[in-house]
Write a new protein. Structure first.
Length: 67
């Protein structure tokens, strides 16, 4: 993933569980999220486990590439 924006940005990868009362997905407290902070023009690799979600924080302009 590459940060193409003009500001530092953050991407979080987390496991989520469905709250049966609200119907919304919430962060699982059983597993720590993976947090990646990217400087301007920064680049990093991240592995997203099966069933986990990617949360991209605003403002951002990133490029994601699947391997």
């Amino acid at each position: 993933m590459n940060n193409l924006g003009e500001k530092m940005t953050q991407v979080s990868v987390y496991n989520a569980i469905k709250n049966e009362q609200t119907g919304y997905y919430e962060h699982s407290e059983a597993e720590e999220p993976i947090i990646v902070r990217l400087d301007v023009n920064g680049e990093d690799e991240i592995e997203v486990p099966d069933g986990w979600f990617i949360e991209i924080h605003e403002p951002t302009h990133i490029s994601l590439t699947a391997n």
